[in-house]
Ligand binder design. Sequence first.
Ligand code: CO
Ligand code: CO
Length: 319
Amino acid sequence: MFNTQEFLQSEIARNLLVGLDAPDDAAIYRVSPDRAIIQTVDLFPPVVDDAYSFGAIAAANAMSDVYAMGGDVLFGLNLVAWREDLPLELLSEILRGGAEKMREGGGVIAGGHTITDQEPKYGIAVTGMVNPQHTLTKGGAQVGDVLFLTKPLGTGILTTAGKQEIAAEQDLQDAIAWMMRLNRDAALAARAVGLQAATDITGFSLLGHSHEMASAAGAQFQFELNALPILDGAFELAKQGSIPGGTARNRDYLHDKVLLPENLSDEWDALLFDPQTSGGLLLAAPRTKRDALIREFTARDVAYWEIGNVVQGAGVRVT
Ligand code: CO
Ligand code: CO
């Protein structure tokens, strides 16, 4: 007898192109030969004081996983945890920041859900669309590829220093502007030249997310320390001890999977393992596409740094 339930399950398995089998930035589900849905969700407690900026950063961060898969954002559902004694005007500002960032990305907020919680949190469950033949995955890098990063490192250090009230105002505002910046144009540039490999740098740090890409590709990612972009103030603030809690967790997990230069300073170590909020895209480009990619970045006003290469081997090496 025909089993409807079994048929549906096998249909879902067949069309779920990216799921838990090969974890990536977002799940991808094919609905037709040239169309697939992208689904991702992210939320976290406030990283900055200003409510509007926090909303916009949380939205840019949530949308980033759609861009890291090479897709377009369609719509999102707000996820809110709110403490009852906090002014509702603050929540309105957070939601306004999120909604305006969503609109900037070409999408809309279509609903949401709120719960009561001691610690406020905000994020978005984002739905996007991509042609399944043109996805950017963590596993697409090849030996010989050039590695590009599209935002500077150090947002964990800067936001921690912001909470300690020791960051220079201009440095903090710069960090906020970077975190609010969408990865959309970087993804469009990647799509324009037909790249296959990307991820976005978030809480797992540059080393953690590169390690995921290197493992998925069966290759080694090599970075040149001096080529890595760093936010203004991050080095000094790391020296003063503005290190987020996630840094040690990242280091514990990764220390035997990465090769770092001997005598690496504590500040550089803190930056390499620094959990990023709404960080840039890490893109692997075949050498033959390098110049075309740079032209696309320039035409779209995307910041970029060429930070290393994909070589034979395993793990991540910083020289
Ligand atoms: Co991601
Ligand atoms: Co995510």
